[in-house]
Design a protein around this ligand. Structure first.
Ligand SMILES: Cc1ncc(COP(=O)(O)O)c(C=O)c1O
Length: 419
């Protein structure tokens, strides 16, 4: 049903950016090349996609079939209940990625990355996870394709999101609280503090170290930040473009929350690219972050390692620095220290407007959405809903059309809502 809406190609923003993404580099003091190391840890199809300048990348038929089986296209819905509650003339549409089996958009890239890993003959995927949305998606995709998965989960979330931990294990995944005693990186942090809350940056270092110990059977697959992750998430925006067209609508503003940037990029880049190619002004794009991890509003644009231990090459991005240990916020998917390179460029060039929301503002927006629409947004997505509500209120009597990415549901996030 609606299968014709599933795109045949992913969209890659590289040729449509105002300036190219600077290449990854090695730190000056590095003994061996970390850029070369990518070949030892990532599937080579994904390295090709990372540096591709092709605007459209064909979605393998097997991946497209899985997209259909997991329920793509996801619904585009109008939040009439919320509009009524806000007494606004703004139309609020949302793309509901929480309808996927894993409960979030993360499954779109998990399926693709596990598929390429399997195709290239490796048997194990290793990764990090914050709230567990990414880990759960990886465990489901690995199960579908018959691969093993090893998941380093930030300790603060491992303890507070135990339902997702159990679901991952049920899928056959091995889940370790990070920092763990399985890696040198983890042991170092545990020595400093045996109850270290962990961070995505530390968990990434642990995952990479684990792959480097056995590069013959393992591959590292990241949940955000890398450009190919953003490319896979373009299915969201490509579908939404066609769905909006069929409704006779065009968004005036597109909104998503920002952890590493993949769901915001996924929903907005296809709209941005189409406008730029036509020589038109792109729709406004708003990125919502947590005020406790203000990398977009307070970060510095510089070369930095994506992981805390410095196992990966440096990339140029807006960042709070790899040593930033975020507070143990419940919107754990927003705890990452940096923003994907292409999204960093669009923020600096003024195409993406960053906004920061406190946990209370996000919680209030999420509960308002629940009461008016019956869907409890993931804590991360609730930040995007807060921005949508702000936009609707600001519009006053103007009839604007808002498109917001509801990147996941929050049914396992009672720790955030207390309900
Ligand atoms: C539901 C949900 N939304 C958003 C994010 C943030 O990630 P990204 O910015 O890559 O979309 C996460 C990350 O874990 C998530 O679980």
């Amino acid at each position: 049903m609606g299968e014709d809406l599933i795109p045949r190609y992913w969209y890659n923003i590289a040729p449509d950016l105002p300036r190219p993404v600077p290449p990854p580099i090695d730190p000056l003091d590095s003994e061996s090349s970390l850029v070369d190391r990518l070949k030892e840890i990532l599937p080579h199809h994904l390295i090709d996609q990372e540096f591709s300048f092709e605007r459209y990348i064909e979605i393998p038929a097997d991946v497209r079939n899985i997209y259909r089986e997991i329920g793509r296209p996801t619904p585009l819905l109008r939040a009439r209940g919320l509009e009524k509650l806000l007494n606004t003339r703004a139309k609020i549409y949302y793309k509901y990625e929480g309808s996927l089996p894993s409960g979030s958009h993360k499954l779109n890239t998990a399926v693709a990355q596990v598929y390429y890993t399997y195709k290239e003959g490796y048997g194990v995927v290793v990764t990090e996870t914050g709230a567990g949305q990414w880990g759960l998606a990886v465990s489901i995709a690995s199960n579908m394709l018959g691969l093993k998965s090893q998941i380093f989960m930030t300790r603060s979330s491992y303890l507070s999101k135990s339902k997702r931990v159990k679901l991952m294990i049920e899928n056959g995944a091995e889940v370790y609280p990070s920092p763990s005693d399985l890696t040198e990186t983890g042991r170092g942090f545990l020595k400093q503090d045996p109850n270290h809350p962990g961070s995505l940056g530390i968990a990434i270092s642990e995952a990479v170290e684990t792959v480097l110990k056995d590069p013959w059977s393992k591959r590292y697959i990241p949940g955000s930040v890398m450009e190919y992750v953003l490319i896979h998430q373009s299915v969201i925006g490509l579908e939404a473009m066609e769905q909006m067209r069929r409704e006779g609508e065009e968004p005036s503003v597109i909104i998503g929350c920002v952890g590493g940037g993949s769901n915001l990029a996924g929903i907005s880049y296809p709209f941005y690219g189409e406008a730029v190619r036509r020589g038109e002004k792109p729709p406004r794009i708003v990125g919502a972050e947590s005020s406790l991890v203000p990398k977009m509003t307070k970060g510095v644009y510089m070369y930095e390692h994506p992981d805390t231990g410095g196992a990966l090459p440096m990339i140029k991005m807006l960042t709070l620095g790899r040593n930033f240990i975020p507070p143990s916020i419940r919107a754990a998917g927003l705890r990452y220290h940096g923003v994907a390179p292409s999204l960093s460029i669009l923020i600096i060039e003024g195409f993406v407007e960053p906004r920061a929301y406190t946990p209370d503002q996000a919680r209030e927006a999420g509960l308002l959405f629940y009461r008016s629409e019956g869907i409890l947004p993931a804590p991360e997505s609730a930040h995007a809903i807060a921005a949508a509500i702000e936009e609707a209120k600001k519009a006053g009597d103007r009839e604007i059309t808002i498109l917001v990415n509801l990147s996941g549901h929050g049914l396992y996030d009672q720790d955030f809502y207390g309900v």
